[in-house]
Design a protein around this ligand. Structure first.
Ligand code: BMA
Length: 321
């Protein structure tokens, strides 16, 4: 695997996470058709990296596109969206696709995304090579968003975090976990995390959604999620962290009360949807104690933030709700 993107913490920064100084790494005009490229997912692939990118076109149709990179910084995104073939079922409708996540499990890469099927729900597909993609059954009934698979089976079953929602801009939302023996039938739904009381942690008091693929550490599953506050000027999306029990991941061991990253740079505060940082992927190295988080900024561009995994775990424990 190539070195993950990395930049040392800048002098004077006391944040648990810090931003790449030349953010954003992917501009809104990354491919000829795009209005915006954001909320996208990357994964180690071959000698480098592959990704599934959310590119909204100039009609503002939402679709997902593959991309490849040697180093994780510079991305070559296909100009045509992913065409799905039938996977474990006949082809199902997909009015739109957005907010992809990607994870390698056992022998293939799995993609989850928000799939338009009479409203938003969780679409699932797999690929071996990022050329051919096979679309499977939707995981859930509408309405649902932010489906994120665990990289390992738990008790012999696939596990997925998700966030039941409504058909619109959902003014509520907690994170649940569901299990499947075969990536087709999902059940054993359990609540994982609810919004925080306003007076305790207002940045995550309106709704939550799982973000990056959970990372197994010696303290449990480290997750990064988005938390939302409803303000007089609309929603504001920030990034938080939590650690879930290794064997019973519906149990939260620690969850940071302060956010780790909130919109404060111009490219996070100004764009098609202001005040959004939205994590969908991370590259990490436990040996090197490094993580690089890919997040959508202001629903317009893709940006990178860095951190030391041990410090994030410590921060999450020390500042737990
Ligand atoms: C959510 C999703 C995300 C988006 C966010 C902020 O409901 O639509 O794709 O980034 O709103 O607009």
């Amino acid at each position: 695997m190539a070195q993950i993107p990395w930049q040392e913490r800048p002098d004077g920064s006391n944040g648990v996470l810090w931003r790449y100084e030349k953010n954003p790494i992917i501009d809104r005009n990354g491919i000829p058709s795009s209005n915006s490229i954001f909320n996208s997912a990357v994964v180690p692939f071959g000698e480098g990296y592959a990704g599934v990118f959310r590119c909204d076109n100039k009609a503002v149709q939402m679709n997902i596109f593959t991309g490849f990179s040697k180093d994780g910084w510079h991305w070559d995104i296909n100009h045509e969206p992913i065409i799905m073939k039938a996977g474990n079922t006949q082809m199902i409708e997909s009015d739109y696709k957005y907010d992809p996540r990607v994870v390698f499990i056992e022998d293939r890469y799995w993609i989850t995304w928000c799939n338009g099927y009479h409203g938003p729900t969780i679409g699932i597909a797999y690929t071996f090579d990022f050329k051919e993609f096979f679309q499977c059954e939707n995981a859930f009934l509408p309405f649902n968003r932010n489906g994120v698979l665990f990289p390992l089976k738990i008790d012999g079953k696939y596990a997925m975090l998700s966030r039941p929602s409504d058909n619109g801009h959902t003014p509520f939302g907690d994170i649940y976990i569901s299990f499947s023996p075969d990536m087709k039938y999902w059940g054993e739904h359990r609540c994982v995390m609810k919004v925080a009381p306003f007076e305790v942690s207002a940045w995550q008091s309106c709704k939550l959604g799982a973000g990056t693929v959970p990372i197994l550490t010696d303290k449990g599953w480290l997750i990064f999620y988005h938390g939302v506050i409803n303000t007089c000027n609309g929603f504001r999306y920030s990034i938080g962290s939590a650690i879930l029990d290794k064997n019973e991941p519906n149990k939260v061991k620690w969850r940071a009360q302060p956010y780790l990253l909130a919109p404060s740079e111009l490219y996070e505060q100004v764009g098609d949807v202001p005040n959004v940082v939205f994590p969908c992927a991370a590259l990490h190295s436990l040996e090197e104690d490094k993580i690089a988080i890919y997040y959508g900024a202001a629903d317009t561009v893709v940006a990178l933030a860095f951190g030391h995994i041990s410090e994030i775990i410590e921060f999450t424990k020390e500042n737990s709700l």
